[in-house]
Ligand binder design. Structure first.
Ligand code: ARG
Length: 261
């Protein structure tokens, strides 16, 4: 009898452990809404306030506009989200290799990226700014001979390359926007190309920096990226459009960007 009780206990423990395993099971390849796999792996580059950044006051939690958008959509669709933070240039490879189910990182859809990933509709648009500590840099002409920082693999890197056709300066790439800001503060980089909302966040905290608009650039939208042919693209798009219609997206824009669109 005792032995029987013991084996029943043993079986219960085993069943419990197996259960935990199933809950822990993560999906980075699951593209459907199979109810046995409810956690989606979301990759981002949390160097980009107010889109996504590490909130030290909240014990290092990753927060921001994108995180709220992703959580809202995932919740509506019945998924949990697990966040993976990485360098911006690792995001598309993460989708490609099945390490993430989607990427939300203020990422702008362009032709080159569309060759490897699918995008949702756009949910926000930004402009490019030149950010600098150097008071003599007031226009693009003043960039001659200077060192200009951009985030590696970003569209800002492309903007710098375009400028190089008519101007002479050195381009330096960094993995994180936070590093670009540090490099400017310590005079290793003269100026950086950064998106408006992100630049304003850094300007607020670094009074030695100032900015001006980079002319001749198109508005750069943000969209969510998925592995090619993921079923999630359509599911997410439907919820994203509902958010646009019912005012949820506007509320989040106001919460994080402080402006009504
Ligand atoms: N919008 C730009 C791009 O797509 C920059 C995005 C950078 N995002 C980030 N989380 N650091 O290239």
């Amino acid at each position: 009898m005792k032995k029987n009780l013991f084996s029943i206990y043993f079986i219960i423990v085993l069943a419990f452990l197996a259960g935990c395993g199933a809950v822990e099971e993560k999906s980075a390849s699951n593209t459907g809404s199979d109810s046995s796999e409810k956690t989606l792996v979301m990759a981002t580059s949390a160097d980009y306030p107010p889109y996504e950044y590490v909130e030290t006051a909240k014990g290092g939690e990753i927060v921001g506009f994108d995180i709220d958008v992703a959580n809202h959509i995932a919740k509506k669709l019945g998924y949990k989200v697990e966040i993976k933070d990485m360098d911006f240039n690792g995001l598309i490879p993460a989708l490609d290799s099945g390490k993430a189910d989607f990427v939300i990182a203020g990422m702008t859809p362009n032709e080159e990226r569309r060759k490897t990933v699918d995008f949702s509709d756009e949910y926000y648009a930004a402009q490019q700014l030149i950010v600098t500590k150097d008071k003599t840099i007031k226009s693009v002409e003043n960039l001659e001979g200077k060192t200009i920082g951009v985030q590696l693999a970003s569209i800002q890197e492309k903007e710098a390359e375009k400028l190089l056709k008519d101007h002479k300066f050195e381009v330096v790439q960094r993995n994180k926007v936070t590093e670009l800001v540090q490099e400017m503060k310590s005079n290793r980089v003269d100026a950086a190309i950064i998106e408006d909302a992100v630049a304003y966040e850094f300007l607020k905290k670094n009074k030695d920096l100032s900015s001006f608009a980079l002319p001749n650039t198109d508005a750069a939208g943000s969209a969510i990226a998925f592995p090619k042919d993921s079923k999630l693209t359509k599911e997410f798009n439907e919820e994203l459009n509902k958010m646009k219609e019912d005012g949820t997206l506007d509320e989040l824009v106001e919460k994080w960007f402080g402006v009504k669109k």
